[in-house]
Design a binder for this molecule. Structure first.
Ligand SMILES: NC(=O)c1ccc[n+]([C@@H]2O[C@H](COP(=O)([O-])OP(=O)(O)OC[C@H]3O[C@@H](n4cnc5c(N)ncnc54)[C@H](O)[C@@H]3O)[C@@H](O)[C@H]2O)c1
Length: 321
């Protein structure tokens, strides 16, 4: 059990991963301050549902502030561990909305780091991404970082900023590079979400490229456990790949979804998308060795949970199968 005297801040707490992380932390007994400004990347109503249960929890408070502009030091008073998950996610929009990515991913991180070092926290756990590697993210953390999307570039810059605060000011930190997270509450712009919705509703799905691009997707509860493992281990001043173990191509994934949902997909083919990774399979041996963390949830189990959640969301909106 966690300690009610330990206070955690989860930025991006109304988002997909942040809401699961905050729920897990309060369930463990920690006090949690969630921070989120409800960006319009996807509808506020979805984020409100993500955070609805948390809002009722006595150990949770939500600060609806924008990290780019809010006064952060008062918010960080008494905070022991910061889990920085707020960001503009996703590759595609980063080509056209660079300003949002630069400010939410970099400026916001700089402001949070600056406040954290002045207030003096115990651990800054930073959510990064496999997109920092570029077209191929297989291999371990020593693989060169060559991001090929503005999103990846801003996330890599944020990582470097965290490291710079560590080296210059002794800010205690750990960087976690997430590899394609899925599960209930997945963002509506993400591939699994789009495919599941389309197959459930009998609508066509578009596979970009040849469909042979592969992913080692990570179930959201495993990603959350990696954050807890990092907190329990204490600051490492290091970076870790956090990914699921099973590699699967898009074509294989669609076949799996068809069988789990019990309905054929209507497939259309589109051109490859600029900046999309060919392979994203995490080498997680460092996280296993140092943090003692391994993913536990298999793809079938994780997909079943996500399908059940999406079915319930659709039904709540009046849709009938
Ligand atoms: N989902 C994935 O597969 C994945 C993979 C790799 C890395 N990541 C990283 O994980 C983190 C969480 O991603 P997610 O998928 O949960 O995204 P999400 O969009 O669901 O959550 C991010 C939250 O941050 C909030 N936010 C953004 N800018 C803010 C600001 N300036 N001030 C306050 N709040 C702000 C948004 O309103 C949103 O609720 C991000 O840092 C993302 O880069 C996610």
């Amino acid at each position: 059990m966690g300690d009610a005297n330990v206070t955690c801040m989860v930025t991006g707490a109304a988002g997909f991963i942040g809401s699961h992380l905050a729920e897990r932390l309060v369930a463990e007994g920690y006090r949690v301050i969630g921070v989120d400004c409800f960006t319009d990347y996807y509808p506020r109503a979805v984020k409100e549902r993500n955070v609805a249960g948390l809002r009722r929890h006595p150990r949770f408070t939500l600060a609806e502030v924008d990290l780019r502009t809010a006064e952060l030091e008062p918010l960080l008073e008494g905070v022991d561990v910061v889990f920085h998950n707020a960001a503009m996610p996703g590759l595609m929009r980063s080509w056209t909305e660079f300003d949002e990515y630069m400010t939410c991913n970099l400026l916001a991180t700089q402001r949070l780091l600056e406040a954290a070092r002045h207030v003096g926290i115990q651990h800054f756990i930073h959510a990064s991404t496999s997109s920092v590697y570029g077209r191929d993210s297989s291999g371990d953390e020593t693989r060169p970082t060559r991001p090929i999307s503005p999103y990846g570039i801003t996330k890599l810059a944020a990582e470097n900023l965290v490291r710079a605060y560590g080296e210059n000011f002794g800010l205690p930190y750990t960087i976690l590079r997430y590899f394609s997270i899925y599960g209930p509450r997945q963002r509506p712009d993400m591939g699994y979400y789009i495919f599941i919705n389309a197959i459930l509703k009998g609508e066509p799905i578009t596979l970009f490229g040849d469909g042979e691009q592969s992913r080692g997707n990570t179930y959201v509860a495993d990603c959350v456990e990696a954050n807890l493992a990092a907190m329990k281990h204490g600051p490492t001043g290091d970076v870790f790949n956090i990914g699921g173990g099973e590699e699967i191509t898009l074509n294989e994934l669609v076949a799996k979804l068809e069988s789990l949902i019990g309905r054929k997909a209507i497939i259309r083919r589109g051109p490859p998308r600029p900046g999309e990774q060919r392979r994203a399979l995490a080498d997680i041996r460092k996280a296993q060795a140092v943090l003692g963390w391994s993913p536990r949830v298999g793809l079938d189990e994780g997909l079943r949970a996500q399908i059940a959640w999406q079915r319930a969301e659709l039904e709540a909106s009046g849709w009938r199968e």
